[in-house]
Design a protein around this ligand. Structure first.
Ligand code: HEM
Length: 169
């Protein structure tokens, strides 16, 4: 790898860690904010809390998620980490992405039903969220050798199959 590419690694890592801290922090904060979306808090406070969750999600947490994932993807190639723990990490990251989508769904529901939708209590969502975050941190910081896990041959060997359609030679 050329020197200048090598020199980029710490910058991408700093960007990755900075944005994923915002992303994960936001995923922990939003269910707590959503739990305060109850009509009983009064019209003015309700509008303020709704603005906070809406703009927090669209202007801060979602862009941070996109940058964290993009910088992480660049790091895969810069660091050449084509190893099992990395793929296991990506599976856990997909759980975070699902959680992110669920939070967006609740925000839309709250907005579209004008105070009649009751957001879920935050405890269970936060317990669910902590699991992939801990697994990801364990994998990326411990970099365990997962070679002992049996992988089916069809996932590790070329299958020499044809596409269902003709491709140019
Ligand atoms: C699609 C999403 C992601 C991709 C593609 C990705 C990829 C990567 C890569 C390739 C590295 C460099 C590993 C190394 O230098 O050995 C890294 C570092 C790191 N990632 Fe991610 N990551 C993603 C999401 C996350 C998330 C969601 C978290 C935390 C919850 C996270 C936590 C970290 C940490 C703490 C490091 C620094 C590890 C170290 O330098 O030893 N990543 N990531």
């Amino acid at each position: 790898m050329t020197d200048w590419l090598y020199a980029l690694i710490p910058h991408f890592k700093a960007l990755h860690i900075g944005t994923l801290a915002i992303w994960c922090g936001g995923l922990f904060a939003l269910p707590l904010v959503l739990a305060r979306h109850e009509a009983a808090v009064g019209q003015q406070d309700y509008a303020r809390i709704r603005r906070a969750s809406h703009y927090g999600y669209t202007l801060i947490v979602t862009p941070a998620a996109v940058i964290a994932i993009a910088s992480g993807t660049v790091l895969i190639f810069l660091r050449e980490v084509f190893v099992l723990w990395m793929f296991a990490k990506l599976v856990a990251v997909s759980a975070l992405v699902l959680f992110h989508a669920w939070v967006g769904h609740v925000i839309v529901k709250v907005a579209e039903t004008e105070g009649t939708h009751i957001p879920p209590e935050p405890v269970w969502p936060l317990v669910v969220l902590v699991t992939p975050v801990v697994v990801i941190l364990f994998l990326v910081l411990g970099k365990p050798d997962l070679g002992g896990i049996p992988i089916p041959d069809w996932l590790t060997e070329p299958q020499d199959r044809q596409f269902l359609f003709d491709v140019p030679r």
